[in-house]
Design a protein around this ligand. Structure first.
Ligand code: IPE
Ligand code: MG
Length: 229
């Protein structure tokens, strides 16, 4: 969800204005995904690198996270959405950690859409944590290093209970991954748009999904193999 700051700046507004409008786009995108039949939506809200931003922006983003969570959780639950927050939550204030745990518990049996919010998340952090757990198992004698497989490592990673992501959408004009779901996106389709996140409306979402649907996914095979009877 990139481009909040630039969108605000273009209108001579402060960056925080853009972040607030960005939250509204989260709501419309979640609704759009349910209508389109998407089962899992993962939004990159705050990266492990975003702490490097000016302190006042970090504080504002944390506050916005808490207030949005408080305001939206009932609506999410009513709409059958299962909410999960992925990332290193231990760095968040206790109050926010409690808010997150309560929201995850309340919505845990919902099935219309799984909404993952990646907060203080980094793909490298995810892989490192998974590796640390594997190392512990080896050190404890519970796992033979020779028995390690990609599947076993995958089970230790965030989103291990979800299918691999099919489509990655980045708004804001940059064409990079910025440490998002590095492991999980091995076969993901990429879609980049110049639109800033606050401009990413329903039509833009549908455009991205249309683009995805026109692609042939070969997963290493040849095109001929896929059309073979
Ligand atoms: C929102 O957009 C993404 C967050 C990390 C909250 P940005 O804040 O990165 O906006 P730009 O890229 O400066 O326009
Ligand atoms: Mg940005």
């Amino acid at each position: 969800m990139d481009g909040n700051g630039r969108w605000a700046k273009r209108q001579n507004r402060p960056r925080f204005w853009g972040h607030k409008r960005g939250v509204e786009r989260v709501r419309s995108t979640v609704e759009g995904c349910i209508d389109l039949g998407v089962e899992v939506l993962t939004l990159f809200a705050f990266s492990t690198e975003n702490w490097k931003r000016p302190e006042e922006e970090v504080t504002f983003l944390m506050g916005l996270f808490v207030s949005s969570l408080k305001r939206e959780v009932k609506r999410l639950h009513k709409n059958g959405i299962r909410l999960q927050v992925i990332g290193d939550k231990s760095k968040f204030p206790d109050s926010l950690q409690q808010e997150i745990a309560a929201a995850e518990l309340l919505t845990s049996s919902n099935s219309a859409l799984t909404l993952n919010i990646a907060a203080n998340y980094g793909g490298r952090w995810d892989i490192t944590e998974a590796t640390r757990r594997i190392c512990r198992e080896v050190a404890n004698g519970k796992l033979d290093p020779e028995a390690l497989t990609p599947e076993l490592l995958h089970q230790q990673m965030c989103l291990s209970d979800a299918p691999d992501p099919d489509l990655f959408i980045r708004t804001g004009g940059e064409q990079r991954v910025s440490n998002f779901l590095l492991w999980q996106m091995a076969y993901c389709e990429f879609y980049f748009t110049e639109l800033y996140w606050p401009e990413f409306d329903r039509a833009a979402l549908e455009h991205a999904v249309d683009s995805f649907q026109q692609r042939q996914r070969r997963f290493g095979q040849t095109g001929d193999q896929l059309v073979a009877p």
